[in-house]
Design a protein around this ligand. Sequence first.
Ligand code: 3PY
Ligand code: MG
Length: 249
Amino acid sequence: MKNFKQQLNDGELLLGTLISIAAPEVAEILSQAGFDWLFIDAEHAPLSAGDIQHLIQAAAPLPCLVRVHSLDEIAIKKVLDSGAEGIIVPQVNSAAEAALAVAYAKYPPQGQRGVGIARAQGYGLAFQDYIERANDEVVVIVQAEHARAVENIEAIAATPGVDGIFIGPYDLSASLGKMGRLEDPSVREAIQGIGQACRAAGTRLGVFCTSAEAALPYVEKGFTLITTGTDTLLLGLGGRDMLAKIKAR
Ligand code: 3PY
Ligand code: MG
């Protein structure tokens, strides 16, 4: 059976949802809903290192990518040691930053990831097995979500060890002075530019969407790593839409 990185490299469509609620039950429920992966958000959500590990445990064996709070060496090693399949690093605006993300996620000699004994290493019982395969299996995704990233996108996409570029349309629109206006021509043009550069470099493309309607055009354009919602929206909209149907009788 293919691991998550092989699925990503093979261009399989990998649909996920963002997890921001610290309750393991939420990750467990959504792991049974048919998603291919979960996007655990430690950038914007109040998730501690312990919360993140509990979410990964609850979702297992479904793969989890954790968005770390920033390009931070300690945050990256902690989530990988907790057993995340990979990392999503926000606000990566240059090839040098992309290379650092890779270095923090890979053991020497490819990188400088610290060597720990934690959940990923079977708490020590699977140490040798894990350290031998980690550099091949850990997924490194960097977010393109600023005008500076768009300027440098060819070099970012070509950075060795970067497995995919994940567009953050909201931050991107904000950096272009069009916050939240995802259909603005300047935002669409920036997204198109990122898409072209990634296709040319053979780097997988991902994007944050909050609905199936928003995600479908990206599927058509060859994006393969896609979020189609968030835990909070699934909960809130599920309740609201159900009530609306009854009240509209
Ligand atoms: C953005 O839209 O800025 C994001 O990072 C979505 O996760
Ligand atoms: Mg963002």
